[in-house]
Design a protein around this ligand. Structure first.
Ligand SMILES: C[S@@+](CC[C@H](N)C(=O)[O-])C[C@H]1O[C@@H](n2cnc3c(N)ncnc32)[C@H](O)[C@@H]1O
Length: 429
């Protein structure tokens, strides 16, 4: 392989990077070796043991993730393709995006909704990027800086358009949206968002450039907004889990409590699964507005819903006070952010669960179900389970099921960052 301005050779890898790579982890993080990598946009590493060639995209600006695996090649592959330039990258991306779309064609859960991931980051061979179909719109979500560089953004866009024309997917620039998830988590989302179609530098969109669309999931409408915020109105990565949950018989005639309700996916869909009434808690005005809008655009559903527009602990306390008046629930759904502000202090999801788990036992009816989610990759599956077991003693019930990313959101063994969404079902005695 030739060293060029486009592709540089990694001379030395940290033993830990090598070990993780061999275990399926597709990232090289910052260390004394990776800071010495050539400053080329693509990098390659030849593993002398397996004789495999690993090609990475190189994120020079990222504070932690230096390189993300793009493809692993054998020596035979190298006989076919030796020119690892822009043209190769575009061809490679067109191919992997096509394969990714093909894998989704036969997924039955995708037939029931019109929002899903066409390509899900590393697990689909698209390192540092997600590609979503939201009704008639396409959203690229970029992590890190590599795909935000104009040259590579253009290559990604062209590869997408070439692939999309074969699968009857939107190709018009007016339907394509780009969202750059900035490296610095403190930065404002709006500063980072721009539609590529405008052909101008990144910047905040004017009101008329934003777009409202209605998407649907198992016949329920959800209002979504593009060009507005990080979160466009529904969590698509949770849709496959919602699909699994709809099968449960225990929704029938249930009283549901939905904590951190956001736009109400878990407040409205349960009515189509058999729920009798739903109480939602969220303290953010934007979330209530989204939920209220979604309640109004589903007039055919027989909805008995109430919103408690208060802080989570305030809401739980209010409900507990009514315990004497029989305020108990058959199903409680808990889906907190990785960290958030509650009663003026910052709280992590771990601490939130440690503090709140005993309260659910008081609010849950006998034989009731508690759905607990954690959306933080640093909290591993065993850690999350141990937090739950510490807060919910065995004599009260047990964990009966596990929910993870699936279908259009596949995961790779050995890559915990990509397996970020975890759910457990606890069933009370
Ligand atoms: C990850 S979203 C929940 C997604 C939702 N479960 C769904 O499936 O659509 C987190 C929500 O938590 C809400 N939230 C954050 N801090 C809160 C607090 N202290 N009290 C109540 N809600 C809070 C936010 O407003 C946001 O709507």
């Amino acid at each position: 392989m030739m060293k060029s301005n486009f592709l540089g050779m990694i001379q030395h890898l940290h033993p830990a990077s090598l070990k993780y790579l061999s275990l399926g982890h597709p990232w090289i993080t910052k260390d004394r070796f990776s800071t010495q990598f050539p400053k080329t946009p693509l990098l390659y590493w030849r593993d002398s043991k397996s004789k495999k060639i690993f090609i990475f995209i190189h994120d020079i600006h990222h504070p932690r993730v230096c390189a993300r695996l793009l493809v692993m090649l054998s020596e035979e592959d190298l006989l076919i393709d030796t020119n690892f330039n822009e043209e190769w990258l575009e061809k490679h991306l067109t191919k992997i995006l096509g394969q990714s779309v093909e894998r989704r064609l036969n997924l039955s859960s995708l037939q029931k909704r019109n929002h899903y991931y066409l390509a899900f980051q590393e697990a689909d061979g698209l390192p540092g990027a997600n590609l979503l179909k939201l009704g008639s719109e396409i959203l690229f979500v970029i992590h890190g800086s590599f795909w935000s560089l104009p040259k590579f953004k253009k290559i990604l866009l062209t590869a997408y358009q070439k692939m999309a024309s074969k699968y009857d997917l939107p190709t018009e620039l007016g339907n394509l949206w780009f969202q750059s998830r900035e490296i610095d988590p403190g930065k404002q989302a709006n500063d980072l968002r721009w539609p590529e179609c405008l052909g101008r530098p990144a910047g905040e969109l004017s009101k008329k450039e934003r777009k409202e669309i209605i998407i649907s999931e198992t016949g329920v409408n959800f209002s979504c907004y593009l060009g507005n915020d990080y979160d466009y109105g529904i969590y698509t990565d949770m849709a496959a889990i919602r699909h699994q949950l709809q099968e449960k018989v225990w929704w029938k005639d249930s009283r549901v409590l939905n904590l951190f309700s956001y736009s109400g996916a878990f407040s409205i869909l349960p009515f189509t699964w058999g729920a009798r009434e739903v109480t939602s808690i969220d303290n953010y005005q934007k979330s209530w507005q989204l939920l209220e809008k979604n309640l109004t655009i589903n007039p055919e559903l027989h909805i008995r819903h109430r919103s408690l527009k208060v802080d989570i602990f305030q809401g739980l306390q209010d409900l507990l006070k009514k315990e004497e008046t029989q305020e108990s629930f058959d199903v409680i759904i808990v889906d907190p952010p990785p960290s958030f502000t509650s009663q003026k202090s910052k709280i992590s999801v771990e601490d939130f669960y440690a503090k709140s788990l005993p309260l659910y036992l008081k609010l849950l009816a006998p034989k009731g179900h508690l759905l607990l989610f954690c959306n933080k990759h640093q909290v591993t599956w065993p850690k999350f389970k141990s937090i739950i077991e510490a807060g919910l003693p065995q004599k009260e019930g047990k964990i009966t099921e596990k929910f993870h990313l699936t279908d259009d959101c596949p995961t790779i063994k050995g890559f915990s960052e990509g397996d970020y969404l975890k759910g457990f079902l606890f069933t009370k005695k």
